[in-house]
Design a protein around this ligand. Structure first.
Ligand code: NAD
Ligand code: UDP
Ligand code: UDP
Length: 316
């Protein structure tokens, strides 16, 4: 699209969610015009309340499974519930959001000539047998399980991005985001960090699924947003996929004890059944991000966690 001033007009789908709202903040800070599109399924107006009266910010309530006709220079496609509890609530809608949402946003990018970012996920690696996971690993995903609506939806979205790139010459940037935490995660969204913090703050038992030996690697949201924005600025021919995540790996039992210690909680551990297809291990190989965009997460887990705990205190 022709730009009559130097400002970029940027569409952020899922912009009222956890990551999307932080991305909107960053893009506004950089002087851009931001169009935030969200159906508010898991996102909330409170996340963007401070931006609603900003002259360079606009919000549209819209479901990306339906076509969208707007004029923009760049698109960040983040619309999709990310917590297993949410994405399994209406799995058909989850697949539609990833697949039809990607088709519509790619169609839009094609029409207006916009560069387009896709928030893909470490879930494309499924229950990985290669550890840590490099981008070249094709993954180990169950196509018919309860996580498949999310995992396969995101895999298909990646396929669409690369086919629009090859077939229609679109400029694409695909990030595979690993578990990220921070302020504005939904307090009831069922993800492990928000669950454990809320339970610890309320003095309720900490619900560890399975034996708690499964691992995840947690990235603080500010680091992740740095990575996303840097990936968007890579040379035109660089598409990714690029892992973005913090390689600092821990078991869920270790996570529980960090949170209990930091909050000074008297919560005990309560073991609950492990959900089906729950990946046993996950850690990003971040060498590509380091080489390509000089990115390395810098926020120490303890610091990120205490900022997150401070945020959650208002909901107790
Ligand atoms: P989130 O649930 O807080 O945000 C998702 C946003 O998308 C919400 O505001 C929701 O209302 C919106 N949305 C959902 N379906 C929509 C639809 N059909 N049309 C329009 N809006 C819709 O989750 P998040 O953690 O901010 O995740 C953002 C993106 O990053 C997602 O695509 C997710 O898959 C991806 N991701 C996140 C993580 C993580 O750890 N947070 C990890 C990997 C990938
Ligand atoms: N689309 C959209 N906004 C646009 C342009 C296209 O939502 O500005 C949608 C359009 O409705 C279509 C999809 O994107 O369903 C894919 O568009 P594309 O041009 O690739 O395919 P076609 O329209 O030929 O099916
Ligand atoms: N988990 C847990 N207790 C909870 C919620 C989650 O032990 O209350 C576990 C879950 O089984 C998984 C890990 O924590 O092994 C991360 O779960 P989350 O839903 O945050 O993300 P994902 O599984 O998508 O990485």
């Amino acid at each position: 699209m022709r730009n009559y001033n130097s400002r970029q007009r940027i569409l952020v789908t899922g912009g009222a969610g956890f990551l999307g709202s932080h991305l909107c903040d960053r893009l506004i800070e950089q002087g851009n015009e931001v169009l935030c599109v969200d159906n508010l399924f898991t996102g909330a107006k409170q996340n963007i309340e401070h931006l609603l009266s900003h002259p360079r910010f606009e919000f549209i309530r819209h479901d990306v499974t339906f076509p969208l006709f707007v004029e923009v220079d760049q698109i960040y496609n983040l619309a999709c519930p990310a917590s297993p509890v949410h994405y399994q609530h209406d799995p058909v809608q989850t697949t539609k959001t990833s697949v039809h949402g990607a088709i519509n946003m790619l169609g839009l990018a094609k029409r207006v000539g916009a560069k387009i970012f896709q928030a893909s996920t470490s879930e494309v690696y499924g229950d990985p047998v290669v550890h840590p996971q490099p981008e070249a690993y094709w993954g180990n995903v169950n196509p018919i399980g309860i996580r498949s609506c999310y995992d396969e939806g995101k895999r298909c979205a990646e396929t669409l991005f690369f086919d629009y790139h090859r077939q229609h010459g679109l400029e694409i940037k695909v990030a595979r985001i690993f578990n990220t935490y921070g302020p504005r995660m939904h307090q009831n969204d069922g993800r492990v960090v928000s669950n454990f913090i809320m339970q610890a703050l309320r003095g309720e038992p900490i619900t560890v699924f399975g034996e708690g030996k499964q691992t995840r690697s947690f990235c603080f949201v500010d680091d992740l947003i740095d990575g996303i924005v840097a990936l968007m600025s890579t040379p035109k021919d660089f598409t990714g996929p690029m892992n973005l995540g913090n390689p600092h790996e821990m078991t869920m039992l270790e996570l529980a004890s960090h949170i209990v210690e930091l909050t000074g909680s008297r919560s005990t551990i309560e073991f609950k059944p492990l959900p089906a297809d729950d990946p046993t291990q996950r850690r990003p190989d971040t060498r590509l991000a380091e080489e390509m965009i000089g990115w390395n997460p810098s926020v120490h887990f303890r610091d990120g966690l205490s900022k997150t705990v401070d945020y959650f205190k208002r909901f107790v």
